[in-house]
Design a protein around this ligand. Sequence first.
Ligand SMILES: C[S@@+](CC[C@H](N)C(=O)[O-])C[C@H]1O[C@@H](n2cnc3c(N)ncnc32)[C@H](O)[C@@H]1O
Length: 193
Amino acid sequence: MVCLRVIEEYAHENNIPIMLSDGIDFLTDFIKKNDIKRILEVGSAIGYSAICMAQVSLDIQVVTIERDTLRYNEAVKNINDFGLNDRIEIILADALECDISGDFDLIFIDAAKAQYIKFFEKYKSNLAKDGVIISDNLSFHGMVDNMDSITNRNTRQLVGKIVKYIDFLKNNLEFDTEFISIGDGIGISRRKS
Ligand SMILES: C[S@@+](CC[C@H](N)C(=O)[O-])C[C@H]1O[C@@H](n2cnc3c(N)ncnc32)[C@H](O)[C@@H]1O
């Protein structure tokens, strides 16, 4: 019998970033409360969040994209172990280079932080009329609010990109975004009415 704890432990032991528990609780609650059925995830890693989201209800379908072959293979195994291969479609590709058809009630962005604006711009056309785009890691372990304390140049650059993405969301003409300090910081973007 597989359980989510095993995937969490594997992620921890192999330094694979997966959603924090309060973030995943928030996300699955959100899916339940908003009766979300079709989900597109950018950044599957080993399938943890896709499995959690699909488990909310039997009529949920998830399409999830991962570019790392080892993580993709592990995700395929986990999805099969959970008996979810009929409801989770996992695609091995760079999300910026593949085309996804169809509309989704929720687009969940949880991939390379430096590319968030590109993911948002690319996939907003796949968003259903009243759909939402949720972005994870907008606090980036608290570093976004403490830029001055970052000494590593690469980390500073990466956090700078997240700050840019937050500005992009705040000043967006098409979408309103609610920022929530849960997990590693979540943004919920809806089309302006
Ligand atoms: C934070 S992890 C995803 C965690 C997963 N959503 C979860 O909570 O279980 C981010 C993943 O996005 C993948 N990734 C980064 N950039 C990507 C891209 N352009 N296309 C597809 N996958 C990407 C990385 O390989 C990594 O496995």
